[in-house]
Design a protein around this ligand. Structure first.
Ligand SMILES: [Fe+2]
Length: 460
């Protein structure tokens, strides 16, 4: 593998997608905040409006208490006819006319029994009575507190309110239940004010987002550049380790390059998920990295290995697993490194795994590895033709190789071999560069997405 280059990680493409992601996230966030703000303003303004009406009605109730003090002090609320006259006069003259008109004013004793009632003839009982019967406040829940709610009867808004009335000794002796019809002009004003406030808040949020966008984009681009450098450094590590292991073996870089290309094409044909593809590439390139720990006398011995030497040679799987398992970025290569000499029938090494207990990436790689070994020249053998190699591999379908993986490879092999045969290290490196750009761009993007999410969530 050559010195890494921005093309490995698709830097330009990631920058564009970063720009897009930020725009989408910021727009989404702005819409969410605007919506929440609008809803919050709506309820706050509605509560403020209801409180204004409540205060006006409460002021009227305090005046009523002063006018009716004699009857409120008397047992059973004194002369009810006198109370009725006060209530009717009050209904007509003492309401907060600039806000609306009283539609119904009911005076109840301390037990909630209706004593007298004043009706405004502009509001027909056919509409008001059924509503009041169903929604009358129960005065015994908290006798010392007034209650109010903004309600709609038909299409018209009313303030429905219950006000405790006290005698001269501040004892609650009666309740006034008021149904106050709000003037349409008041409602229009309040609605206009509410929309104006909401529009200003939304505008403020959008302007703030617009000002923040270039700042955040600049910061994310710097993080993006750092992330790319980090990924390039990781790919350099992969490159260095792969080269180191290749130099120890009798074959040079070409085997690692070819076998990685075969494995990647096979993995793509099998639609392996992106994470598995990256693990496969790393594992394929480093599959024999453990040979660093095998003595030269064994590694480069031209003749057959003795059983003891073979046992030492097999330890390269253990060494390789140990080398990469200490690296966070290379750890996923363990599947291939640790399983590339396993066999589907369980007679491989070093753990003797069988069938689907062998990681899929290792089963894919094993097919690519054996094919390349058979079709390459070795100190102890000549290269076989593609047909000869595939015949041998077909004979081991279900014993050495996963049948499903081998079947896919059989149809790919002639084309793959033709694409790689006779190519020098430079050309193979070029092909590998394309592979890494395709698969590690996703790796870089995943890294950017995580960092971006952390930043947008305020996690940094
Ligand atoms: Fe190996």
């Amino acid at each position: 593998m050559a010195r890494t280059h921005p093309a490995w990680t698709g830097e330009a493409q990631s920058s564009r997608s970063l720009h897009w992601m930020l725009l989408k996230r910021l727009a989404g966030l702005s819409i969410l905040v605007c919506t929440l703000t609008a809803v919050g303003f709506f309820y706050a303004e509605r509560a403020r409006f209801a409180a204004t009406l409540r205060d006006a009605v409460s002021y009227g109730a305090a005046r009523f208490e002063r006018l009716a003090v004699q009857e409120l002090n008397a047992p059973n609320l004194g002369d009810h006819a006198h109370l009725q006259r006060i209530l009717d006069d009050f209904q007509i003259f003492s309401q907060p006319l600039h806000l609306g008109v009283s539609a119904r004013l009911t005076l109840m004793d301390a037990q909630g029994r209706v004593v007298v009632e004043s009706r405004n003839r502009d509001f027909p009982g056919s509409e008001i009575d059924p509503w009041l019967a169903a929604n009358r406040f129960a005065p015994t829940v908290r006798e010392d507190a007034s209650r109010h709610e903004l309600v709609f009867i038909g299409t018209r808004p009313f303030l429905h309110m219950l006000i405790p009335l006290r005698d001269s000794a501040s004892r609650v002796v009666a309740y006034a239940e008021s149904l106050f019809a709000v003037r349409e002009a008041v409602i229009r004003d309040a609605t206009r004010r509410m929309w104006l406030t909401q529009a200003m808040a939304v505008g403020l949020i959008l302007v703030t987002s617009g000002l923040l966008y270039p700042i955040m984009l600049g910061m994310l681009r710097r993080m993006h550049a750092t992330s790319v450098l980090l990924l390039e450094a990781n790919l350099d590590t992969l490159d260095a380790l792969g080269r180191a292991s290749a130099k120890r073996d009798s074959d040079v870089d070409a085997h690692s390059h070819r076998v990685t290309l075969y494995a990647v094409r096979l993995g793509e044909a099998m639609n392996l998920p992106p994470g598995d593809m990256r693990a496969l590439i790393k594992g394929a390139f480093l599959h024999d990295v453990g040979k660093i720990g095998v003595p030269d006398a064994i590694l480069r011995k031209p003749g057959r290995l003795t059983p003891d030497e073979m046992a030492q040679m097999r330890l390269h799987v253990v060494y390789g697993r140990d080398i990469v398992s200490r690296s966070t970025w290379l750890r996923d290569a363990v599947q291939v490194i640790g399983g590339h000499h396993e066999r589907y029938d369980g007679k491989g090494y070093d753990r003797g795994l069988a069938g689907e207990d062998i990681p899929l990436t290792a089963r894919v790689f094993a097919v690519a590895d054996v094919f390349d070994a058979l079709t390459s020249v070795r100190p102890y053998k000549d290269a076989l033709s593609v047909d000869q190699a595939l015949d041998i591999m077909r004979a081991e379908r279900g014993t050495h190789f996963d049948p499903a993986v081998l079947d896919v490879f059989l149809s790919l092999a002639p084309r793959l071999y033709a694409a790689c045969v006779g190519k020098g290290a430079e050309e193979l490196e070029g092909l590998l560069r394309e592979v890494c750009a395709r698969h590690f761009t996703a790796d870089a993007r995943a890294l950017f997405e995580v960092t971006e999410r952390l930043r947008l969530d305020g996690g940094e």
